[in-house]
Design a protein around this ligand. Sequence first.
Ligand SMILES: Nc1nc2c(ncn2[C@@H]2O[C@H](COP(=O)(O)OP(=O)(O)OP(=O)(O)O)[C@@H](O)[C@H]2O)c(=O)[nH]1
Ligand SMILES: [Mg+2]
Length: 287
Amino acid sequence: MVVIVMGPTGVGKSTFINAYMGEEVTKVSDRMESFLPDSHPTCPGRRLVLIDTPGFDDTYNPQYETLRRISVALASTYDKDLKVGSVLYINSVTQKRMFGSMRLDFEMFSEICGKRACPSVTVATTHWDSAELEAVGTGLSREEEFRTNFWKDIIEAGASLERIQDYQSDPERIIDRILLKAQEKDVHTRALQIQEELVEKEKFLAETEAAKKLRFSLADIMELLKATPVSADLEQYRKKMADVQDQLEALHVPLLEKFKEVFRFKRGSSSKRDEVIPESSERSSLN
Ligand SMILES: Nc1nc2c(ncn2[C@@H]2O[C@H](COP(=O)(O)OP(=O)(O)OP(=O)(O)O)[C@@H](O)[C@H]2O)c(=O)[nH]1
Ligand SMILES: [Mg+2]
């Protein structure tokens, strides 16, 4: 069983995993890694893999690279027939609006999961103790906004809503619920949308719904950059432009690959998954 932990930067994803594992396995505010807790009492004999991810709003990681790494993790665990796909999506309860990079992060998560997999999704809020909360309302009123607005559609489609108020006890309770829910609803037989696309439909990463969404956002960012007067730091501005351009190029299926795809199809032959797996050329970061 794979539980992938997603959400914007700084909301507490790594803190949650460390608290669950009972030790610091992933650096707070660090990059993507996977963890295999010892077999868990709720699912004896079943392997549990927790995957920590950077947010899509993380300026240190190009979004395409984040998508590629999440895809590799999900496609390869699916392939190995590990019980697939539960997603824990975390946000801070102090979040007042959902726009810009925050919206992109949520949209990427939505396209990775797809509507059909919503019963495998748990959404949770952190920072109930934060001083920032005073400025935006009470925890309860903010949570209501998540329930009835930001997360309305996925909750209606079957996602569960949880609170992370106490890192001593909540992570274990939430993971237990995720595992129980997976057993009850046979969630593990359902693939996330991106797993279905990559593994079952043998799409290229660039052809997935998540990649399409990213392409639109990056095109928007590019337009914004072009329209923005060049700041004092010309070097940084150029770097940003080049990086967005790089990512946009990575998101296009090359013509040659399109040709190969037709050729393969005619011969009724094999997998395109290799397209997803290799390390991409190292791209410069967005920062
Ligand atoms: N007050 C408060 N601080 C929290 C809470 N959850 C996490 N933090 C703090 O927020 C900071 C960021 O936490 P991380 O666990 O690194 O967040 P993350 O989601 O993994 O962030 P990235 O890896 O950058 O995407 C750390 O200093 C945590 O101690 C919470 O519920 N309340
Ligand atoms: Mg982290």
